[in-house]
Design a protein around this ligand. Structure first.
Ligand SMILES: *[C@@H]1O[C@H](CO)[C@@H](O)[C@H](O)[C@H]1NC(C)=O
Ligand SMILES: *[C@@H]1O[C@H](CO)[C@@H](O)[C@H](O)[C@H]1NC(C)=O
Length: 170
C-alpha cells in the first residue's frame, strides 16, 4: 500500500466514525499523545543544558514517513504552552512509519536558528507510535529540542568550563 492510500484509508475511517449512528458502538482506533519540550539553547553548543530556557509559543511538527521511503504520510503542527511543552494527539497505529518531531518556528527573534547537526538534525526526535512494541500506554515522550540563540549568553563561559568544552575547538 502506498503512503497516500494509507492516508486516504485513514480519512475514510475517520469519516465513517462521524457518520455512524449515535448509539452504535464503533471500534476506536488507538490514540496517542506525544509530549515534549522546546527550548532556547542559549550557549550554541547544540544540546539542552541547565541554562537552556523553555520556549512558550514555539512551533514544532510531527512528521511520519513510510519506513525508508522518504514519502511523508502525515504531518501535524503543535505549539508549546507557557512551560514550553507541547502535547500532540495522533490517531491510529503507526507501526510501519518512522515518526519524528522537527522544529518549525521560534517565538523569539533572538533565538530562532535551527541547528543542522547533532540532536537537532532532521528528523530530530524519533518516536515510535504503536502498541505493538511493548509500550502500552498512550503517551510518548519526545526528546527535548531547542532553537539556538544567535549570540551565546555571557554566563555560558562558566558552563563550558564545567563541561570541559572548548568553543573554539569543538
Ligand atoms: C512516494 O510517492 C510517490 C508519489 O506519490 C510515488 O510515486 C512513489 O511510489 C512513493 N514511493 C514509495 C516508496 O512509496
Ligand atoms: C503544558 O503542557 C504540558 C503537556 O501537556 C502540561 O503537562 C503542563 O501542565 C502545561 N503547562 C501549562 C502551564 O499549561
Amino acid at each position: 500500500m502506498s503512503g497516500l492510500t494509507r492516508v486516504a484509508l485513514l480519512f475514510v475511517g475517520v469519516l465513517c466514525c462521524f457518520l455512524s449512528l449515535p448509539g452504535v458502538t464503533r471500534a476506536t482506533a488507538p490514540e496517542f499523545f506525544i509530549v515534549g519540550e522546546v527550548y532556547c539553547e542559549v550557549c550554541r553548543i547544540n544540546f539542552i543544558n541547565k541554562l537552556s530556557e523553555p520556549m512558550p509559543g514555539g512551533k514544532g511538527e510531527i512528521g511520519m514517513q513510510r519506513r525508508g521511503s522518504g514519502n511523508i504520510t502525515y504531518t501535524q503542527e503543535g505549539e508549546t504552552n507557557e512551560s514550553g511543552q507541547y502535547r500532540l494527539k495522533v490517531e491510529g497505529d503507526h507501526a510501519d512509519e518512522e515518526c519524528g518531531i522537527t522544529l518549525v518556528k521560534s517565538s523569539r527573534a533572538d533565538c530562532d536558528e535551527i541547528p543542522d547537526e547533532g540532536w537537532a538534525s532532521k528528523p530530530s526526535s524519533l518516536i515510535t507510535i504503536t502498541k505493538n512494541n511493548g509500550f502500552h500506554g498512550s503517551t510518548r515522550y519526545a526528546n527535548p529540542l531547542g532553537f539556538t540563540k544567535k549570540k551565546a549568553n555571557p554566563d555560558c563561559a562558566e558552563l563550558l568550563k564545567e563541561l570541559e568544552i572548548n568553543p573554539d575547538h569543538p
